[in-house]
Design a protein around this ligand. Sequence first.
Ligand SMILES: C[S@@+](CC[C@H](N)C(=O)[O-])C[C@H]1O[C@@H](n2cnc3c(N)ncnc32)[C@H](O)[C@@H]1O
Length: 281
Amino acid sequence: MQDNQAQADYWSSESGLKWIAFENELDLVFGAVDKALLDWSGPRPGERVLDIGCGTGATTRTFSTRIAPNGAISAVDISVPLLDHAQAHQAEDGVNIGYYLVDAQSGQIPGAPFDLVISRFGSMFFSDPAAAFANIRTHMRPGGRIVLAAWARAKGNPWFEVPKDAAVQRLGPLDQSDPNAPGPLGFQNVDHVVATLKKAGFQSVVGETIQVYLEHPGPVERVAALASNIGPAARILKKYNGSGDDIAEITRYVTANFQIFVGEKGVRIPASLNFFSAANP
Ligand SMILES: C[S@@+](CC[C@H](N)C(=O)[O-])C[C@H]1O[C@@H](n2cnc3c(N)ncnc32)[C@H](O)[C@@H]1O
């Protein structure tokens, strides 16, 4: 786990643990991402699936129902507390899920060869993405497919841009010298990721920016708290050792700026995502 130790530390820290604290609401908001992943990847009963960077396992569980009764899914992550939490759901899962503490960039992944590899926001953190995808590819059967969901650039992505602006104004910027650096926005450049997947040996590589709506029944204050506690705001808060007052102020700013997304059915925020699909030769 040497190469990605900083990420392992981050995702096991207080910032990573927010994904447990806000688990139910994150899964609600990111339900549209799972739907797009299902549409793009078309999991079939009996398939063997790998979920990269499974976190608390919501996407793993969604896919597990699609490959039942004879399929199996391996879910890997580098954060012990997030994996432990995912595993705690196992009793209610009732299908063939294996959770494993593995750095997907370099580790051996149980359950191979996989027919399908998926990831919801879990594949943008590798220190060496080409090496990571080459390693992942060795775990796939010939003709196996991979589908990745990532964030498009922050500009025009209010879920990202608004809390980031609030945190930068309040505390200061993150170092953003390399737009492709590992992090939530690491796959914002579609051409760069397509080239990386090709370098890793994949073929039929497609990258596309798609639009979805992140939906939550509200109230908007709750959604603002969620967006202020994860993603770029969380990273800025961690860097500057932000206080409770800082979080409260960021959340107030985000609440005010999310008001335009409040409608009869709750909060509905447009989002731009980068989706990638490819095949193992
Ligand atoms: C943004 S979270 C997404 C979690 C989950 N897929 C979801 O959508 O709720 C990113 C996840 O990727 C994991 N991760 C980061 N680098 C990884 C690596 N090298 N190998 C395996 N997992 C990794 C993190 O620990 C974290 O759980």
